[in-house]
Ligand binder design. Structure first.
Ligand code: G6P
Length: 368
């Protein structure tokens, strides 16, 4: 039962392990062999998808990070503009809404005060429609939006969001595919996305097998006060989410940078007390980072890299590379989320924090 920890020590761990099943539920009834089934968005949505020329995404916290990944997908695969913003900023500023813009609000709970206020604010802004991407069917957000896309991840109890995030990403890749289809776009891309999504529960299952290896690695963080997370492209928001998870439950100060920004400041902070976690699936990031990180290594800095098993990597000194199976680019950010969730979980265990209820944080922030 979802409201019971069962064999798991914490809800967070249980929810991490539920991800293959949660993703399967998100995708249930949404995919054909070479097309996606868009009726679930509602009758009006189905006919109007083709008219969308711009997308605005508004959310908070982890849900905001899901939106940031979607921007890469929507602009690259659909070829329409996509802007992503935190709800607390969006709701109080003057927003320019071009004709035929879809507003997407993303929220696990559907009750986050700022996100709900953003949706209400958007009502008078001339959007083509508003869409709630949410895990809770009867929530305020879902009730008040024109269209809905439910993640069906099941109840999430741990304050640090895990399965809600990966299922949001799954729904957003599905929506990206729906937009390509509605616009008569690249058929091959549609099929690639569909097959990749179908393979995802199995790949996540494989990534979960890294648990023991990551638990060992977590020991290295026990006496650290800071950590840096690096990524590029769709993996930059994944690095942000990795840093947020570590902050939330282990209370270690963690920051994420787009890897190319390393030399524009954060490199000055790096020494043996600063673990540097890179999400570097393709190896191109690793190549680009190498010269910067020589310096890190020379000073005993710890480099932890999550990379694709097909890419050549060297284990040198204190540098550690953990490999994940090869997957299509489109689902790679979803897969690489898993080891970062496990890392923050195990670091929190080492530090002895209250994993499911970290201090000062709430599962759902229903007041401003
Ligand atoms: C709180 C939670 C986060 C969550 C954020 C947005 O800060 O602790 O885990 O990402 O709210 O919540 P929502 O329900 O709108 O996704």
């Amino acid at each position: 039962h979802s409201l019971d920890k069962g064999e798991y020590r914490h809800f967070m761990l249980k929810e991490i392990y539920e991800q293959p099943e949660a993703i399967t539920q998100t995708l249930a009834g949404t995919l054909g062999d070479d097309h996606v089934l868009t009726a679930l968005l509602g009758p009006e949505a189905e006919t109007r998808l083709a008219d969308i020329e711009h997308v605005h995404i508004v959310a908070c916290g982890t849900s905001f990070h899901a939106g940031l990944v979607a921007r890469y997908w929507i602009e690259a695969q659909v070829g329409i503009t996509c802007q992503v913003e935190v709800a607390s900023e969006y709701r109080y500023r003057t927003v320019v809404v071009p004709k035929n813009t879809l507003l997407i609000t993303i929220s696990q709970s559907g009750e986050t005060a700022d996100t709900l206020a953003a949706l209400r604010f958007a009502k008078d802004q001339g959007y083509l429609a508003t869409l709630a991407l949410c895990n809770v069917a009867g929530s305020s957000l879902v009730r008040e939006a024109n269209w809905r896309l439910l993640t069906h991840a099941g109840p999430e109890i741990g304050v640090a969001s895990t399965k809600a995030f990966t299922t949001q990403l799954v729904a957003l890749l599905w929506l990206t595919t729906a937009l390509i289809q509605a616009r008569g776009g690249d058929k091959q891309q549609i099929i690639t996305n569909i097959n990749a999504l179908k393979s995802l529960p199995g790949m996540v299952e494989q990534a979960l097998q890294l648990d023991t290896r990551i638990a060992e690695l977590a020991e290295r963080f026990a006496n650290k006060h800071h950590a840096l997370f690096l990524g590029r492209g769709t993996h930059f928001p994944i690095a942000m989410e990795g840093a947020l998870k570590l902050k939330e439950i282990s209370y270690i100060h963690a920051e994420a940078y787009a890897a190319g920004e390393l030399k524009h400041g954060p490199l000055a902070l790096v020494d043996e007390n600063m673990p540097v976690v890179s999400v570097a699936p393709s190896g191109s990031l690793l190549e680009k980072l190498k010269s910067n990180l020589e310096e890190v290594r020379a000073r005993g800095g710890q480099l932890i890299t999550f990379a694709c098993e097909r890419v050549e990597h060297a284990e040198e000194g204190t540098a550690q590379t953990i490999t994940l199976p090869w997957v299509e680019d489109c689902i790679s950010p979803i897969l690489y989320t898993i080891p970062l969730q496990l890392l923050s979980y195990h670091v929190a265990l080492v530090k002895g924090t209250d994993v499911d209820k970290p201090r000062n944080l709430a599962k759902s922030v229903t007041v401003e």
